[in-house]
Design a protein around this ligand. Sequence first.
Ligand code: GSH
Length: 213
Amino acid sequence: MALEICAKAAAGAPDILGDCPFTQRVLLTLEEKKVPFKAHYINTSDKPQWFLEANPEGKVPVMKFDDKWVPDSDVIVGILEEKYPEPPLATPPEFASVGSKIFSTFVQFLKSKDPNDGTEQALLQELKALDEHLKKHGGPFIAGEKITAVDLSLAPKLYHLEVALGHFKKWSVPESLPHVRNYMKTLFSRESFQKTKPSPEHVIAGWEPKVNA
Ligand SMILES: N[C@@H](CCC(=O)N[C@@H](CS)C(=O)NCC(=O)O)C(=O)O
């Protein structure tokens, strides 16, 4: 039987995949490993009772393994790697934290209302470090020629960055960071990404209340 996953539903569209980067990370892992799955789309603004009983913390994604619902994308991806070792996607430990501050610095910059508060610089610094890493190690992925878990975790976050900063701040990754720009193009054009990406409209709708808070 196919594995079951609870994924975020799009706002106002209960049958469409929503804008959760942690859910997409797990879906990307399943697609890369060609593991069949069945998704339940969860309206996170009005969570069904059965979902809250299965997962009292109430966050998505959760995945059912051996009749037990398991939360947290980090844990789920680890279990998938053990149960479905092919193709291997574990990232070598020395590369596992590359780009790990990009999402938090992006969110701070996105929410910032003061152009001089340093949040843009903080994000640029993280993106520059990624650019230098990709240049030094030759890419196209963080660990070299093969895609690994760290790329599958970063890809949805970079997509949110591109869509949300483009929309709310008319901002894009500068041309002075060509390796990051190419990396994003490579990730976003991958079949697994195309199959699992939320629409830009849903990404924008998801960030709107946080940007205008
Ligand atoms: N650390 C968790 C984060 C999951 C998470 O924050 N999910 C968000 C959606 S992107 C969520 O379920 N929010 C609904 C809520 O907190 O009620 C993971 O990696 O799976």
